[in-house]
Structure formats: C-alpha cells, structure tokens
Design a protein around this ligand. Structure first.
Ligand code: ADP
Ligand code: MG
Length: 695
C-alpha cells in the first residue's frame, strides 16, 4: 500500500477543488471557508457540478447531506443524482441549491420539543469548512441541521458557533498583546479513541451486548488486567490485520490515523489521529467510529464503543487533546521562549484554569451519559470531580507567581510577567498524571472524561465557549488600564490565587481526593441525573446564550433529550436483564441442578459419597431463589418508572432504584455462573469474550 497515493483519494479536498474549479469560483469558496462569508448561488452551482462529476467518476450514484443529530451517531438520507430529461432517459445532476440546503423529513429525530414548538421540518445546511467525501457509492456532504426558525437540532451547529465565539474573543485579546496580524484563532482537538474488539460469533450469542452494547452479567475471568501485560503489548495478527484495514480506509478519507496500540484491558485497543480543528476532528471522529464498526465485520470482529463493556476491567474513553492556535501559526498554549511569548501563554493558561473552575459543572455535564457513569469515579477513569493537573514544574512556577516570589529563588525578587523569562520546564514530562480529568501536557490540555462513544462536539463546544468568556473578561480588564504590563501582571497573579483550588496534581483515584475536593468546595456530580440539569443553571444559560452558542430553548431541549436518553438506556438494560435471567440463566441453572440431582441419585444408589452434588445443588438453589426474587423486584421497579412524568424525576428514579435492583440481580447470577459447568452456561464467558479474539 502506498499511503501517499491513497491518502485523501475519497475527499473533495483542497487539491481537488484547485484542479476542478475555475479560479474565481475556487477563490470565493476559499473565502467562505476561511471567513464564513455566504456562498453565492452561482458559485454553489459550479461547485456542485464539479463535485458531482468528481463523485460520479469515482462510481457514486447518490449524494447525502451527512449530519449529526442530537442522539445517535450520524444521519444521512440518500438521493440519487438522476434527473429525467424525457425520452425515458436521465442525466446525472446536482445543483448548488441541493448542495447548500437539504430538507430531510426529520420528524423522527429527537428535538426535545424544539420542532414541535417551531416548525415541523428541519433543514440541513452545507458546512463548507468540512470537506465532502465518498462513502460507498454516496457523496457525503457534511451539514448542520437546524429548524426553520434557526434552532440547532444537531451537534455541529453549536460547535461551529463556539469556535466562532472563541476566535472572536481570542483575536480581540491578542490585539492587546500587539498581535495585530492575527485574524482568526482556531480550537483544535486530537481525540484518542479507545475500543474493544470481540469475536463476532460470540457477540451474537449475547443479548446484552446486542441490545445495550455492554455485558449486564458476567463473572470475572481468572485473569483480568492485573499483570498489565496488554498495554502497548504485541498486537496479535488478527487484530493487526483489522488495524491495517482500518488505517487504509481512514487514510482514503483523509483522516490522519497515526497511532495505534493495545490498551490496558484485554481486548482493548486505541487509535489516535493527528489533531485538527474541533469541527473537522469531530466529523472525522464520527466517521471513524462508523468505519471502525464496519471494518470489524470484515474481520469477524465486533467493535465495542461502549464506555464500559465489561465490569472489573477498564472502560473506554475518548481523550480530547485540546489546544488553540492562531492563523499565524502560534499555539497559544505553548509556553514559548521569550518574555512576551511567555506572558501570552500565561494569560491563556490562566484563562483556561479560570474557565474550568468557573464552569466545572458545565464541563461535567458535557460528558454525562448512562454509559460514562460506569467509568467516571470508578478506579480506572478520572473521577466525576473536575480538577486540573499542571505537572510539578509548571505548578511550581504558577504557585511562585501567585505568591509573588521568584521560582527557585523564593522570597527574593518578584517575577515580572512579560519582562522576565519563565524558567524552562520539561514539556513532555514523564510524570504524566493519568488520573487527572483535565491535564496540561506541554502545549495542550487533555480532557480525559469524555467516554468512547461520545461525540467530541459536546465537550468541545463547552470548552471553547467558557474559555471565550474568560478571555472577554480579561479583555475588559486589560483594555481599561493605561499600564498594560502592570495590569497583566496583576491579572495573572490574581487569577491564579483565586482559582488555585481547581489545581490538583495528586492521585485522582485515591480515596482521599473526593474528601479533599469537598473541602475545597469542588463539585462532585456523580451521575448523569446530577450533572445534566446544570445546563439550565442561570450562569450557564447566560454564558452559552451570550456567546450565541445555545439559546435557553435549545438548552432546555438538550436537557430533555439527554435525560430521556438516560431513562431509555436504563430501561432497555433492565428489560434485557429480566429477559436473560428468565429465559436463559435460570433455565440453565435448573438444567444443571437437575443433572446434579440425577448424578447424585445414581451415585448414592451405588453407595458413593454425594457431598459435592448436594452442596452444589444447595448453593445453586439458594442463589437462584435470590436471583428470582431480585428479578421480580427489578421487573416491578422498572414498570413503576413509567408512572413518572417528569423526566428529571424519572432519571433520578432510574438511577436510585432501577440501577440498584439491576445490581441485585447481577450479583447472584454472576455467582451462579462461577459455580455452573461451562457447557451449561448460556453465554460466552468474560474469559472467552476478552481472551479469544486475540488468539
Ligand atoms: P497519549 O500519550 O496521551 O496516549 P497520543 O499520542 O496517543 O497521546 O495522542 C495524543 C493526541 O494529541 C493525538 O491525537 C495528537 O495529534 C494530539 N495533539 C498533539 N498536539 C496537539 C495540539 N497542539 N493540539 C491538539 N491536539 C494535539
Ligand atoms: Mg494515547
């Protein structure tokens, strides 16, 4: 395979545009992409026609407006290019109007009441900042999805708005630093994607995986991840073939798949592309998840993107590596070498620290889901408490600044920001703290709370917006002062002092941390029903609407959708458990008991000792009694949920009652699995699921 030859072959990218579009058309399209100026319909017609010709040459028959509704992964409705010309003949046609705007009948997409309140139909609008691409025989056009009155019905629109907000605020602030050549600031993200691969035939035997994406029952395998031998371990042939296939497909789509390795849990892997703008990287990540699943089929694997497919071993996250950079090529989170670069860096650094502190609740809410609740706060993932890790060196510098003494020269000379040079500190320090939810890693922040299945759009939208807000606050303060240096010095030091509590460089997995965090007054929103409603807190509605990212109505619709999704997820899980226990697990145990009984009868008629049979029968009988009781209670509890009309109350009920009952059913069932002969057990065990695929 020649990577250079295949890379981007299925993308209508810059070089294809340059080749196929007349110069003037290319120029105005470029202008639209760079500065968001509306696209003239004449220009759109030419672009559409060139896109169609290119796609048809590559075997396409259809096009689709590809979008990201508020739940699910991505959506598409395919239309063919054909247009009748009489004579029973057709031509292949694609107009600018069709490129720019689509009108899918979207009444079945969740809108949280939005569409009902406004218009029944939504429309999709081309996002020219993200390239069109080919999937199968379809030309896919990345689009935003809105209601007719302009309310965002998708995840892309708010993300684009937040990028705009951040750019505006950062460009304005940078002018005070003399960076008058900066016209645009971009937020970037490099999402590291974790996933599991299990054998497809085994997957097909487990209703829980099929219906819910995670195992609802399962005794631990004799070996888990305790030897830590899987992480970065040798990649097995079958998995490696899958990864190669995946890389090739991603490269064709212009996705810079870069890093791949085994993760901590058995059968767990990671794949990371090179970072891109938050918009493009989000589109690519959505596409990547889809292709990961599709490719798995060809290798007889099933790719699990659930945040916690197996109890007792690590779940999967999607670490969002986030940075902000200027159109002049400066990474604003890079410390730089000169005093003025340092001053700019420190300003953006403390702005992020303040933003994360002020809006801990929003960041936490942005990653909330039923699946991710199993990760956050468990022993392998960051806690549900938001804190920032700076690393020892940067932390020492920041503390010294706030205390007003020189780093390494305590108590003597005060460091003057913008005049003195920051003491250097190792960028890629090896003491990387993997227990922190939000870690500074040299020239970017790594937000580790997002779950593997989540779209990057939500957390990135929040992060971009809250940082924009603090940059505005900084601008207001600094622009009023006659003494920029002095004001900046004061601002940075004060901001550090006032937001110190959010910085935590210790072990986020330790038992002491939640207590310490509580003393510091940090929030600990443990589960989705605690986290999601905070979107509607006054300060949060204010910041998101002020920056034009979400209106209050849009937020209300999202809260409703997220809580509804939470309830539905747990309801499906509860029903699946009941079904599995009733139809498969209890009958299997009965069969085993019956055989044990028959064996015991034969054995005792021969005068042999039947202690083992008796003991097993007695243990299994009492466990199945317990399971049967728990099953009835779970069924009852789950049914009662439908009486609750308020969605927030329902979500709390599912969390406080139904989830607990699910645990009570799982415990005896898993104990029975450990006692039952393997050939009696109706499902492939953890051992088989996690260890066989890599053989
Ligand atoms: P880790 O050591 O955390 O596992 P990886 O190499 O797996 O790191 O992934 C790091 C991710 O961070 C990659 O997607 C990479 O492209 C991205 N990244 C690197 N530099 C930046 C940056 N300046 N801004 C945003 N993302 C970045
Ligand atoms: Mg990694």
């Amino acid at each position: 395979m020649n990577i250079l030859e295949i890379f981007g072959t299925d993308v209508f990218n810059e070089s294809v545009m340059q080749q196929r579009l007349p110069k003037t058309v290319y120029k105005s399209l470029k202008k639209t992409i760079q500065s968001g100026t509306p696209l003239d319909i004449e220009v759109a017609n030419v672009v559409a026609s060139a896109m169609k010709d290119w796609a048809v040459e590559k075997g396409c028959t259809h096009y689709t407006h590809w979008f990201q509704p508020m739940t699910g992964v991505t959506a598409e409705k395919h239309d063919s290019f054909i247009s009748p010309i009489g004579d029973g003949k057709v031509i292949m046609e694609f107009s600018g109007k069709e490129l720019v705007k689509g009108e899918p009948d979207a009444s079945s997409f969740p809108s949280g009441g939005l569409r009902a309140t406004f218009e029944a139909r939504g429309y999709t609008a081309w996002d020219p900042t993200s390239y069109a691409f080919i999937k199968g025989k379809t030309l896919c056009i990345p689009t935003a999805f809105c209601s007719y009155t302009g309310e965002a019905l998708d995840k892309k629109t708010p993300l684009l708005r937040s990028m705009e907000a951040l750019s505006t605020s950062a460009v304005r602030l940078l002018k005070l630093f003399g960076a008058t050549d900066v016209t645009r600031v971009t937020a970037n993200v490099g999402p590291e994607q974790e996933y599991f691969l299990v054998d497809r035939d085994m997957y097909a035997q487990r209703k829980d995986l099929i219906f819910t994406g995670r195992t609802l029952f399962g005794a631990p395998a004799p070996k888990g991840q305790e030897l830590e031998d899987h992480y970065f371990g040798m990649i097995r042939t079958r998995v490696s073939e899958y990864m190669e296939d995946l890389d090739e497909q991603l490269w064709k789509l212009g996705i810079c798949a870069k890093t791949k390795h085994n993760e901590v849990a058995p059968a767990q892997h990671e794949m990371a592309p090179i970072f891109d703008t938050t918009n493009i990287a989000t589109d690519h990540n959505q596409l990547m998840m889809e292709i990961m699943k599709r490719t798995a089929r060809r290798h007889n694997f099933k790719c699990l993107l659930h945040e916690k497919p197996f109890a007792g071993v690590n779940g999967s996250g999607k670490h969002n590596n986030w940075s902000i950079s200027t159109n002049t090529g400066v990474n604003l989170l890079d410390p730089g070498k000169t005093p003025s670069e340092n001053a700019q860096f420190l300003t953006f650094l403390v702005a992020v620290i303040k933003a994360v502190n002020d809006y801990q609740d929003l960041l936490r809410a942005s990653v909330a889901s039923a699946g991710n609740d199993h990760r956050l706060g468990a022993n392998e993932a960051p806690p549900a408490i938001i804190s920032i890790f700076l690393g020892d060196e940067l932390n020492a510098i920041v503390e010294a600044l706030a205390d007003g003494h020189k780093y390494e020269d305590k108590g003597k000379v005060q460091m003057e920001i913008g005049v003195d040079v920051l003491p250097s500190f190792p960028k890629d320090s090896t003491d990387r703290n993997r227990t922190s939810p939000f870690a500074f890693t040299g020239n970017k922040f790594e937000f580790r709370m997002p779950g593997s299945k989540l779209s990057c759009a939500g957390p990135m939208t929040i992060l971009n917006t809250i940082v924009a807000e603090v940059l505005d606050e900084f601008y207001d303060e600094l622009s009023k002062s006659d003494d920029f240096q002095g004001a900046l010095d004061d601002l940075i030091k004060r901001t550090i002092s006032e937001n110190k509590d959010i910085i935590f460089n210790g072990n986020g997995y330790s038992e002491e941390w939640p207590e310490e965090a509580e003393r510091r007054g940090l929030l600990n929103l443990k589960a989705t029903p605690d986290a999601v409603p905070v979107y509607l807190a006054d300060k949060n509605v204010e910041v998101l609407s002020k920056h034009g990212v979400y209106t209050k109505v849009e937020l209300e619709s999202r809260v409703e959708i997220l809580l509804e999704e939470y309830c539905k997820t747990i309801n499906i899980e509860a029903l699946t458990m009941v079904d599995m226990a009733k139809k498969d697990i209890l009958p299997a145990v009965m069969t085993y008991i019956k055989e044990l009984g028959e064996t015991a009868a034969t054995a005792s008629s021969l005068g042999a000792d039947v202690t083992v049979e008796k003991e097993l029968i007695s243990k299994l009988s009492s466990l199945s009694t317990a399971a049967y009781k728990a099953l009835g209670e779970l069924e009852e509890a789950d049914a009662a949920a439908s009486d609750i009309t308020d969605v927030e109350e329902a979500a709390r009920y599912y969390h406080d009652v139904v989830l607990v009952k699910m645990g009570e059913l799982r415990a005896p069932a898993d104990q029975m699995e450990a006692l039952c002969g393997e050939k009696y057990w109706p499902y492939p065990t953890y051992e088989k699921l996690m260890f066989s695929a890599s053989i």
